[in-house]
Design a protein around this ligand. Structure first.
Ligand code: THU
Length: 132
């Protein structure tokens, strides 16, 4: 699988998740269209709504390093096979991606199992053009 490096990076950072409340560690890894990779894990806070997702951490890393566009992203969760990004993260991925962005859904033990298009995960999304 060509994107197996993304799975490996996502899996590594999943091991560093701060998820003491849900006990649901997640890892994500982005490849930008110019080939850079950024990974992130979920970070929870005792005031529960203040925590954030693995995809959000990875996006923040990319932006802090100069930004870019998301060509593909792998997501892996220790306790859930084929963990799909939450609604908020779908919108965040769309902010830096396109309809062509590929989302790799993984099995923590074996790697990428399924690849879906962002447009399939977030149809009829709210876009900048909507602002007029
Ligand atoms: N979570 C992610 O990090 N990414 C997802 O795609 C789904 C959910 C996190 C948020 C929270 O820390 C934990 O998983 C349980 O919802």
């Amino acid at each position: 699988m060509a994107a197996n490096d993304l799975f490996e990076r996502a899996h590594t950072v999943m091991g560093r998740a701060h998820a003491p409340y849900s006990r649901f560690p997640v890892g994500a890894a982005i490849r930008t269209s110019d080939g850079r990779i950024y990974a992130g894990c979920n970070v929870e806070v005792v005031s529960f709504p203040e925590g954030w997702c693995a995809e959000t951490t990875a996006i923040g890393q990319m932006v802090a390093d100069g930004g870019g566009t998301i060509a593909e992203i792998a997501v892996v969760a220790e306790k859930k096979r084929l963990c799909t990004p939450c609604g908020g993260c779908r919108q965040r991925i769309a902010e830096f991606g396109s309809a062509a962005t590929r989302v790799h859904l993984c099995d923590a033990a074996t790697g990428i199992v399924e690849t879906v298009g962002l447009a399939d995960l977030l149809p009829r999304s709210f876009e900048a053009e909507s602002l007029g």
